[in-house]
Write a new protein. Structure first.
Length: 263
């Protein structure tokens, strides 16, 4: 009889006359040993713990669901899996799991979550991984550093949404490094203007994208753009004639009438 057959036999009848022999067979399999402990005897299954301890996933579940606390025998296996090592620290021991930190620090998401929920402060071993990821650099700056975090800015700057969030929610001012990415997104360019730039315009900034040029014409100049800026809008139109801000600008007589100084 194999472990699965033995498990099913005891699942049907936990008082089976060959229980000892069947348990010995079950104990060879980590998965079935865990399920036997959890579903059949509803408690520790010491005979199967050696097999369970070789598996990260079943060691975690055994500690969480059966032991309901720290289980040192399975920690070596758990420590090699970054996801499970974090979950073990967070859900089982409710504190640092130093044995698993070498695995955790290789991943941006686990490192940021570990710093936020377990260390509850800056965690330098994970910062190299975090700094390569735009989302988790933003989260780390916001939730852990609670301010500007230069190591993550290069990654953040490549993503329009996260650049906006970093400027608006973290540094609370222009994030020049991220403006190239922001300017390529109509949605985030508009939000950046309204939520970050507000009235702090510069012509150089306005010329980065059609959205900002149009709004500069509409809200600042209130008419046709100066020659260099007008020509920049035309060049954007050559690149993308369907851009809605190009169409708004070029389709309105208000922005096509030259001022006297331009004649």
């Amino acid at each position: 009889m194999n472990p699965e057959q033995a498990f099913k036999a005891l699942l049907r009848n936990n008082s089976h006359e060959k229980r000892d022999s069947l348990e010995q067979t079950i104990s060879e399999d980590a998965n079935l040993s865990y399920h036997y402990a959890e579903e059949v005897i509803e408690g520790r299954f010491e005979l199967g713990e050696e097999a369970i301890s070789q598996s990260a996933i079943w060691s975690y579940h055994y500690a969480h669901d059966v032991i309901k606390g720290r289980w040192e025998l399975g920690e070596a296996a758990i420590s090699k899996d970054a996801f499970l090592a974090f979950e073990y620290a967070d859900d089982v021991i409710d504190g640092r799991f130093e044995l698993g930190e070498a695995a955790i620090c290789q991943f941006a998401d686990r490192s940021c979550l570990y710093a936020t929920h377990i260390i509850q402060g800056r965690w330098e071993p994970g910062e190299a991984a975090i700094s390569k990821n735009a989302l988790w650099s933003l989260c780390y700056a916001m939730d852990v550093i609670q301010g500007r975090w230069e190591p993550g800015e290069a990654a953040i700057s490549k993503d329009a949404e996260h650049s906006l969030g970093y400027a608006r929610d973290v540094i609370k001012r222009r994030f020049k490094l991220g403006e190239a990415a922001i300017s390529k997104s109509e949605q985030y360019a508009f939000l950046y203007l309204k939520q970050v730039i507000r009235e702090k315009w510069t012509r150089k900034l306005a010329m980065m994208c059609p959205c900002w040029l149009y709004l500069y014409a509409k809200d600042v100049i209130r008419g046709r753009l100066p020659k260099a800026m007008h020509n920049k809008m035309i060049s954007f139109g050559i690149i993308d004639s369907e851009n809605k801000y190009v169409k708004k600008y070029c389709g309105s007589k208000k922005y096509q009438v030259k001022k006297k100084a331009e004649f």
